[in-house]
Design a binder for this molecule. Sequence first.
Ligand code: PMT
Length: 397
Amino acid sequence: MYGKRILLGITGGIAAYKIAYLIRILKKKEAEVKCIMTPASCDFISPLVVSTLSENEVSIEFWDKSSGKWNNHVDYAKWANVFLIAPATMNTIGKMANGLCDNLLLATYFSMKNKTIVAPAMDLDMYKHPSLLRNFELLKRDGVGIIPAESGELASGLFGEGRLSEPETIASYLEAFFKSDTQCEGKILITAGPTYEHMDPVRYLGNHSSGKMGFSIAKAALSKGYSVDLITGPTKQELIHPNLRRFDVVSANDMLHKVQELWDKSNYGIFSAAVADYRPAESSEIKIKKNDGEMNFSLVKNPDILSWASNNRSNQQKVIGFALETNNEEENALSKLERKNLDMIVLNSTQDEGATFGGDLNKVTIFDKNRNKTELPLQSKLNIGIELINIISTFDA
Ligand code: PMT
């Protein structure tokens, strides 16, 4: 981010403490950073910390009471390549969306010519509140980028969505933004999570997929301006965004039916779900009772959703598959790339410690349809999602 001029707006929420670290990351990446703080934010992080780390004076009020100097919001707005507001409270988001201008930070926002991006942080019920979702919609329409909050433990002690994105993640968003600050249009269909294939009302065949990879791709796509249809198997992941439609399914057959319903409206399909290849031939309506002997049951093959999408697409639609392998990784992935006639395949291996199922990290190798290879080392699933979406956004260029 050498030489990029980042104006950082800090509003009054407990997550403001993370901003010190964010400034350090941005400075390490050689960006120029100037900061505007709301008066409320000074209760959460000291302006001295912010000015020291950013190596620039911090402005809080319209004018400096000791020197009488006017802090010109228009100059700030002209200077900035991007205005990042982090953490963005419900109060500030509401005012931005509805044209209320009662502090320097807001006056600067309303004077901006270049992009503004908000990284919200608040408690989980506030983050789901219809009023906030309406305001997100308005901001989106005004061209503001939104870095979705993450899920986790909140300052209130509750657990859920509303945590400020981690500083590394915010920095990645900014990097992706500067790589291509044009916002993309189009719809991406994403499958995520496991499928559960029921044997009876209490037992199923499933796998360890948490849905994190698919949800991370969805987050990255939304932040780049795409609309997303996210079809997910059973998962604890949460994601709210005005341009997201989420469809919860259970079995492979349910997932296929949803894909069949939505596919012709999509420009791209990214199939990251871990779909069960087989299901029990019969599913009992009542609990199967234990008996003294062995129990055998037969399995039938599930439909291949990725192959269905690939075989039923127009020339414009692009299909991206995943390959989860335990051995002969590249050979197996390349065979899937060709057999399923894909535009790209994303290989991940259970041999790589800390990657694939469940965790926040992944390590992948991407092959395009000409077998060109890109390796992405172990990093957050969100970063992998951002890289994938960056590649996809060049498909039509
Ligand atoms: O959810 P996480 O915990 O974050 O874990 C992420 C992940 C490891 C599940 C993910 O990164 C991943 O690898 N997803 C694909 C898992 C998988 O089923 O791989 P596969 O090699 O068996 O399938 C190949 C491709 O065909 C995949 O795109 C899969 O979605 C698709 N498929 C497979 C079977 C089937 N019946 N229908 C399908 O569409």
